[in-house]
Structures are given as structure tokens and as C-alpha cells.
Design a protein around this ligand. Structure first.
Ligand SMILES: [Zn+2]
Length: 382
């Protein structure tokens, strides 16, 4: 629940920019979300090799397990891996990283998760950390030293190589304004989940300018599971079940992230169980404010009962819009949360069964229309 509140605060603080593509009306349920998981390194670049552990192989196993688990946890999510074998896109590391980001752009990824294991000259350095992109001057410069200590350049872009007057950089800055709160929110979830397994939580970090994050156009992170160079981290990461646990931590964070974006309260199972055993009725509900109908002919927004949601949209749609022509004066607008927060519904029914009788007709025009229930002014999702 706390995570949801954070997400909603973020959404309130940083409204999502609407571009031409987003503005397209999307029928509900919304289009499938897409995640790209990037197992770091591969092919000519094994990453850190520590005794019998090869980073590229290790993170590939974890990534495949994340994909498998997401198939079980979120069947309406499309999950792609940037590589599924010991391979790379390009012999040049910078080009390889860029191509991974471009792969994710082509897939229309909503989230990009690059998975790595860490290494440090100082063997006392321990814990998990998650990196997000920054284009903040101070942060970028502060982390140049850190960048220089990486074994491989090509993972990041040298500040001297960035032309800050270029259109490419301007566009990256514009994207970053939209994406950063989301990347950070997801990064926090990853850190929290991974540290549940006994790895210290070093938190969310920003800078240097990572190539994969710079060229990917949506929210993205680089997860560093732990330090292979540290005995504690190494022992944990090579222990039985660790790969699966790391995958669970990441896949749970992904599920939580999308649920928060959808505005669906994801109560702690333990809390829910406790409430149920105490005889408290539990319902997962989303606060949806009924908007006063501005035109006399508009339908009265519902606070109780069932209605048919025709579409949801990232932008406001007039209720007398051409697409609602068959439902003139009978469409009500509701404000939900999440990206597709404008919801347009038709009809008022006492039971789900009654609503379903009209649903077939509605689906002739709005093929993804579905029945929603209102209780105390909220859409009840479960
Ligand atoms: Zn790595």
C-alpha cells in the first residue's frame, strides 16, 4: 500500500506527458504492457568472472527465471529478453549496449531492466544497488570517478562526448523529465525486494550516463544484484536457490510497479489475511471521483451498481465525441488513476448479470468494453 501511495504521489507531482502516440484512444482493458529484460554482457564480454561464476551466465539464468515467473504472475504482460544465449549484438561494447536499448524501443517496452552482478577493487564493498539515468549536471560529473573504475567503458557515455546543444541530447532531457520518477520508483521497489534476501541495500543511484539507459526511451534501470568480489555477497549469490530468489525479487517489483501504475491497490497479503481472519470485509478498490456532468444531456455518474466501461484514455474525451454517437447523452466520464485515467462508461445496472446483457451490444462498437462495479463511489476491482 505504501508503494501505491508513493506511485500516486509521483503521478500527481509529475503528470505524464502526452505525445501523439499516447493520445490515441485505447480501449479497455489497456494494451498489453511490455517489459524488456537485459541480461548484461554475453558473447565476447563475460562481465566479472569470480572463481566459477561468470557474470554473463549468472545474469542470463536470473533473467530467464524472471521471464518465466512473470508468465505465471502477469499473463497480460509481454516479456522479452535482449539475449537468450551467450551472445552480443555487436563486438563493440558501446554499440552493443545501444543496440540493446534500440531492441527495447522497437518492442515498445514500458520498462527496461538490465541485470548485472557487481565487482569492486575493495572486497569490503557489499550490497545491491540499482542505477537510474541522470542528466543532471552535478550528478553526472560526481559519478565520473565511479564510471572510470568500471572495467569496461562503453557501458557509459563520456561526458566529453555528449554534445549538450544537440537535438539528441535535448530529446533525451525531455524524455528524462517524464521517465525519471518512474525509473526511480521501480528502482526503489527492486532494492527493497532484493535486500529482503540478506544483501545490504545500497539504494538507488544515478550517474554515470549509462549507454543502455540513455538510448532507451522509457523508464529503465540497471540492477546490480550484489558484489561478486565480496565474500558475503558471493556466498549468498552462489547459494542454492539464490538465482530464483533474485528473480522473484525482480519479478515481484515489476508486478508491483505495473499495479501501482494501474492504480490498483496491492495490499500486503499478510495484512489482507489478518483483516479477513478478523472478519473485516476486504475489497480492493480504486478511488475514482465521479466528475460532474457538464452537459445537461450527459449521464449521471454512478456511485453504486454496475456500468459498462467503453474506453479509457490518457486524455480527456468529450462525452459527445463522434465515437460515442450511438450512446448520445448516456456516456459518463470518471476520473481514475494511472495512465489511462479518463474512463468513459455507459448504463446503470443493479447486477452484473443485467450489465452483461447489454455488454454484447456495446462490444460491437467497443470491442474491449467490460463491466465495472461501483461501490461507495469507487470502482471495485475485486
Ligand atoms: Zn555487469
Amino acid at each position: 500500500m505504501r508503494n501505491l501511495i508513493i506511485a500516486l504521489l509521483l503521478l500527481a507531482m509529475f503528470p505524464i506527458g502526452v505525445n501523439a502516440e499516447d493520445a490515441a484512444f485505447v480501449a479497455s482493458p489497456e494494451r498489453k504492457r511490455v517489459v524488456v529484460i537485459d541480461p548484461g554482457h554475453g558473447g565476447p564480454r563475460p562481465g566479472k568472472v569470480m572463481r566459477d561464476v561468470v557474470e554473463a551466465d549468472y545474469v542470463l539464468d536470473v533473467s530467464k527465471e524472471v521471464q518465466r515467473q512473470l508468465g505465471e504472475k502477469m499473463s497480460d504482460l509481454e516479456v522479452y529478453l535482449t539475449r537468450s544465449s551467450d551472445s552480443a549484438y555487436h563486438e563493440n561494447q558501446a554499440a552493443d549496449n545501444r543496440k540493446r536499448a534500440e531492441f527495447a524501443n522497437k518492442k515498445g517496452a514500458d520498462l527496461y531492466v538490465s541485470i548485472h552482478a557487481n565487482a569492486h577493487k575493495k572486497t569490503t564493498v557489499t550490497g545491491c544497488e540499482v542505477w537510474v539515468l541522470t542528466l543532471n549536471d552535478k550528478l553526472m560529473s560526481q559519478n565520473q570517478d565511479k564510471a572510470a573504475s568500471y572495467a569496461d567503458d562503453g557501458d557509459f557515455i563520456n561526458l566529453e562526448d555528449i554534445d549538450r546543444t544537440s537535438q539528441g541530447f535535448m530529446m533525451a532531457v525531455a524524455r528524462q523529465l517524464d521517465n525519471e520518477p518512474f525509473s526511480r520508483y521501480f528502482a526503489e521497489l527492486c532494492c527493497e525486494n532484493i535486500s529482503k534476501y540478506g544483501l545490504a541495500n545500497l539504494g538507488v543511484k544515478a550517474g554515470p550516463v549509462f549507454t543502455v539507459l540513455y538510448y532507451f526511451e522509457g523508464p529503465g534501470v540497471i540492477v546490480e544484484l550484489g558484489y561478486l568480489t565480496n565474500t558475503n555477497d558471493y556466498d549468498y549469490l552462489t547459494s542454492k536457490g539464490a538465482k530464483k530468489e533474485m528473480a522473484t525479487a525482480i519479478s515481484d517489483a515489476i508486478v508491483c510497479y505495473f499495479k501501482a501504475l494501474d492504480g490498483i491497490a496491492d495490499e500486503e497479503p499478510a495484512v489482507e489475511a489478518a483483516e479477513e481472519s478478523a472478519g473485516v470485509a476486504v475489497s480492493h478498490s480504486v478511488t475514482v471521483n465521479a466528475v460532474e456532468a457538464d452537459a445537461v444531456a450527459d449521464a449521471e455518474p454512478l456511485t453504486e451498481g454496475y456500468t459498462i466501461q467503453l474506453i479509457s484514455s490518457t486524455v480527456e474525451v468529450p462525452t459527445d465525441d463522434y465515437q460515442f454517437k450511438g450512446y448520445k447523452g448516456r456516456v459518463a466520464q470518471y476520473m481514475g488513476t494511472g495512465r489511462y485515467k479518463y474512463k468513459y462508461c455507459y448504463g446503470s445496472y443493479a447486477s452484473a448479470e443485467e450489465a452483461k446483457e447489454d455488454l454484447a451490444e456495446a462490444r460491437k462498437t467497443f470491442k474491449d468494453a467490460y463491466v465495472v462495479r461501483f461501490k461507495d463511489g469507487n470502482i471495485v476491482t475485486k
